[in-house]
Design a protein around this ligand. Structure first.
Ligand SMILES: *Cc1c(COP(=O)(O)O)cnc(C)c1O
Length: 485
């Protein structure tokens, strides 16, 4: 069989190697539990084993794939492991991986409707489905003034929200001439770092990122927000955007959207809601309360690539009125002119995000929604929430541990407390747990105190894994006590 034409891989060879890669992934799914969850390699391990220069001659595919096992796998932290409880879930479900593969196979660039009509229309349609699935406000539907788009990440969504907000706040002047008067952005110290990054990229200046005080539960204080905005208005600073978070990365705090939205509406400030980590929980009707007040938002994003079984990258970003977004980002060079665009009857998604080119990401989201069905998605989200509540109840019942924050969805923040130096004991506990390879947790600092975070949401995680994790945490904590008896 011909392996190559010229230097390219023949379709026949691709078929064979492709099957080997799919088998490789299926094998990995079956044995992911056997690996130490956190990669145990030292810095430089992989690079020391790679040749200094790229190969002059092409190599057989088998050898390349073999090197994945030999060289790459030791340096992998297993996000797909059932005992991965770090950061946030990042699920690569079967249907999602297959959608991703098809997207690569088609190799479509979907910047314009005309460059692949199906790429645009499937995306628009699936994003409208997501509005229904999550019970989002109707203005986010593409059938009105608003609509949704898939972004690579929530960071990009926040940046695009800010560019649209800047466009609206300055009536286009900032887009045309640059930022020539101060524009302020408001968020709490619990908001994601991507808010500050967006402020930097948009050229607003980080000293114009206002840190809104929080209440005892770390949620944004709407009265303090109003005072900050009023003070800025009085000082000649234009309030540009306020960011509310539904499920902060640190501890899953849910900002009071109805009250923030009211201030934003009264004072004419763009209201962006960042629900990257937790918004997808709203597939379950009983969890939709997390979005109370969202009808006041100008824009919203959530990450199916975190907790809706779609592999990275897939952030869904919505605007209630697409006008400002498209005005801020639309540039039509001659070589992209085409009839469909001229008629104004189609969506050209290049005007909805920073890059020009775009992958056919809607395929994997479509595959996931159809494979699971709304019922399947709800089932698994409910399962994660139930496991989280169960773990939180075990922690509460153990006098040596304490919950550091409420656990409304799929994240538990907790501390070991019977140690002499709780700060040091909790740091050491986390290090020891992660070095064991048995499980992987990450940390945050809440109220100035080191806090362990355990996020439940990997595809393969079942009750037995959470139970085993809890046993491991308790045993490790007690073994670490100097006078443990
Ligand atoms: C994870 C997260 C982000 C950033 O997500 P990316 O898609 O990786 O950019 C933003 N906001 C919140 C609340 C998050 O949890």
């Amino acid at each position: 069989m011909e392996e190559r034409y010229g230097h390219h891989m023949t379709p026949a060879a691709f078929r064979r190697h492709g099957r080997a890669v799919v088998d490789w992934i299926a094998d990995y799914m079956e044995r992911v539990e056997e690996f130490p969850v956190l990669s145990q390699v030292d810095p430089g391990t992989l690079r020391a084993q790679l040749p200094a220069s790229p190969p002059e001659q092409g190599e057989p595919f088998e050898r390349i794939l073999g090197d994945v096992d030999r060289l790459v796998m030791p340096g992998i932290t297993h996000w797909q492991s059932p005992s991965f409880f770090g950061y946030f879930p990042a699920n690569a479900s079967g249907p999602s991986i297959l959608g991703e593969l098809l997207s690569a196979g088609l190799g479509v660039q979907g910047m314009l409707w005309a460059t692949s009509p199906a790429c645009t229309e499937l995306e628009t349609h699936v994003l409208d489905w997501m509005v229904e699935l999550l019970g989002l406000p109707a203005p986010f539907l593409s059938t009105g003034e608003g609509g949704g788009v898939i972004q690579d990440s929530a960071s990009s969504a926040t940046l695009c929200a800010l560019l649209a907000a800047r466009e609206r706040a300055t009536a286009g002047a900032a887009t045309a001439r640059g930022v020539d008067r101060p524009l302020a952005v408001y968020a709490t110290d619990q908001a994601h770092s991507s808010v500050e990054k967006a402020v930097r990229i948009a050229g607003l200046g980080t000293d114009l990122l206002r840190t809104v005080p929080t209440d005892a539960g770390h949620g944004m204080d709407p009265v303090a927000l109003r005072q900050l905005v009023d003070a800025d208005l009085a000082a000649g600073v234009t309030p540009c955007m306020v960011v509310g978070t539904v499920g902060t990365t640190s501890s899953n705090v849910i900002d009071p959207l109805p009250l923030i939205g009211e201030v934003a509406r009264d004072l004419g400030v763009w209201f962006h809601v960042d629900a990257a980590m937790s918004g997808t929980a709203a597939v379950c009707a009983e969890l939709r309360w997390i979005h109370d007040g969202l009808e006041l938002a100008d824009s919203y994003c959530t990450n199916p690539h975190k907790w809706l079984f779609v592999n990275f990258d897939c952030d869904v970003f919505y605007v209630a009125d697409r006008g400002a977004l498209v005005r801020a980002l639309s540039i039509l060079p001659e070589y992209l002119r085409n009839q469909a665009t001229e008629t104004g009857s189609v969506i050209d998604y290049r005007d909805w995000h920073v890059p020009l080119g775009r992958r056919f990401r809607a395929l994997k989201l479509w595959f996931v929604l159809r494979h699971y069905g709304a019922e399947g998605l709800r089932h698994h989200v409910r399962e994660h929430v139930a496991l989280t509540r169960e773990l939180a109840s075990w922690i509460e019942a153990d006098p040596d541990f304490e919950l550091a924050a409420p656990a409304p969805l799929n994240l538990v923040c907790f501390r070991y407390r019977s140690a002499r130096d709780p700060e040091k004991a909790n740091r050491r506990l986390l290090e020891t747990l992660n070095a064991s390879g048995e499980l992987y947790l990450t940390h945050t600092v809440l109220d100035g105190r080191f806090t362990l975070r355990l996020s439940i949401g990997a595809l393969a995680t079942r009750r037995e894994h959470v139970e085993a994790a809890w046993e491991c945490i308790r045993a490790t904590a007690r073994a670490g006590e100097p006078d443990a008896g």
